[in-house]
Design a protein around this ligand. Structure first.
Ligand SMILES: Cc1cc2nc3c(=O)[nH]c(=O)nc-3n(C[C@H](O)[C@H](O)[C@H](O)COP(=O)(O)OP(=O)(O)OC[C@H]3O[C@@H](n4cnc5c(N)ncnc54)[C@H](O)[C@@H]3O)c2cc1C
Length: 353
């Protein structure tokens, strides 16, 4: 824009802010992204797993058939834009923890909706007993993994970006035509701050149900195939075939980012129950998942200030759901397309004074 003015300033370069910034850019908007660049954030430590069948109840991911194709197409397009690879097709081997899980699976594995995600040969996954024990069997499904840190790095190099810790009370001036942030003008300012949005004076009234997650990085004694293992916890590949991420815990209500010995013991206890490869722990980090309502993002404009937007609540499924919700919000911001009621900040929460 000739006058140096932006359409949108996005605050936060995590999964939410990065994905929204790309989507707005694709829609022809001029976007500036700012971030405080702390060493640890939920996005920076996330394993980026995108798994169609999840949880103890072996359920299909909520609205997965809708979110996953959009996510795949989006990340592939950004790979093409940035010339970097960070979205990987993966095979995930889910191992059962009990006979109950085995019989639960037997009742649903023939259903077409589940069959569509399975990898041949079924029903017993070809798992090397020297890698993992599978006394109750399991199954293998097609899944994906976003190298979240790689996606953020690649995007930062291409998007218009400035390192900045924004103090909303001090730095933001609302004007008739938009906002001014430290002298930079824009029509809109959007908070994509994850759990830190609870400290944003304009949005601190949005209720959160945060869950701290600890995650370990382990180095194994030999290169292993780049397959995800799940058995109460997951073991996820990284760029190095001897290094894996293992996690994670759910510390409901905890809002600090301090890794704890109790969380490490919980993860290692679950790992040692099935994983047979000698390993050493080479990293341990923790961050707070921005959960508002389980895996249901919340987006929209501030109830009083049209210039201010909000994109948050990616929860524990940010990699899968961010592209879908960014698309909805970008259409709302650019073309005034209505937001579905379940997603709209204004429709779901009342601002407390
Ligand atoms: C241990 C763990 C494992 C996970 N594994 C997975 C997984 O396998 N798959 C999956 O899909 N999801 C996973 N998640 C969840 C995923 O990490 C989140 O859904 C996602 O990261 C949320 O992204 P966000 O951008 O909303 O928030 P954040 O990642 O918290 O990003 C917010 C950004 O805003 C910046 N910021 C905040 N306030 C300001 C300010 N005032 N000024 C400037 N910058 C600011 C911060 O620096 C940060 O970069 C995991 C989470 C954890 C903790």
């Amino acid at each position: 824009m000739a006058d140096g003015r932006f359409d949108v300033i996005v605050v936060g370069q995590g999964l939410a802010g990065t994905t929204l910034a790309w989507t707005l850019t694709e829609a022809g908007q001029r976007v500036l992204v700012v971030d405080a660049e702390p060493a640890v954030t939920s996005s920076k430590i996330a394993a980026g797993l995108i798994t169609p069948i999840t949880g103890k109840r072996l359920a299909l991911s909520w609205q997965g058939d809708m979110f996953l194709p959009v996510a795949q197409a989006f990340y592939r397009a950004i790979e093409a834009r940035t010339g970097r690879r960070f979205f990987h097709d993966r095979s995930t081997v889910r191992l059962f923890q009990s006979a109950e899980e085995t019989s639960h699976w037997a009742q649903r594995c023939d259903q077409p909706a589940f069959q569509a995600h399975l990898v041949d040969p079924q029903p017993v996954p070809a798992i090397d007993p020297g890698v993992a024990e599978a006394p109750f069997g399991g199954f293998e499904m097609a899944s994906a993994q976003l190298d979240v840190a790689g996606y953020l790095d690649a995007s930062r190099a291409v998007l218009e970006y400035a390192p900045m810790q924004l103090d909303w009370a001090r730095d933001v001036m609302l004007t008739a035509g938009g906002v001014e942030v430290q002298g930079i003008k824009a029509r809109r300012l959007v908070s994509c701050e994850g759990f830190a949005a609870t400290r944003n004076p304009y949005f601190s009234w949005v209720p959160f149900n945060p869950a701290k997650g600890d995650i370990l990085t382990i180095r194994v004694d030999r290169p292993l195939p780049r397959v995800c293992l799940q058995c109460g916890i997951w073991v996820a590949p990284t760029g190095d075939p001897r290094v894996f991420a293992v996690g994670s815990t759910y510390g409901w209500g905890a809002t600090d980012e301090v890794p704890t010995t109790a969380a490490r013991a919980e993860i290692e206890g679950k790992l040692l129950a099935f994983f047979r490869v000698p390993y050493e722990v080479i990293g341990h980090r923790a961050a707070v998942r921005p959960i508002i309502r389980q895996s249901k993002a919340l987006v929209g404009l501030h109830p009083l200030h049209e210039q201010l937007g909000y994109f948050n609540g990616l929860g524990s499924k940010g990699a899968s759901i961010a592209p879908w919700f960014a698309r909805l919000f970008a259409a709302h911001l650019v073309d005034a397309a209505p937001l579905p009621q379940t997603v709209d900040l204004r429709a779901n929460y009342t601002m407390r004074a």
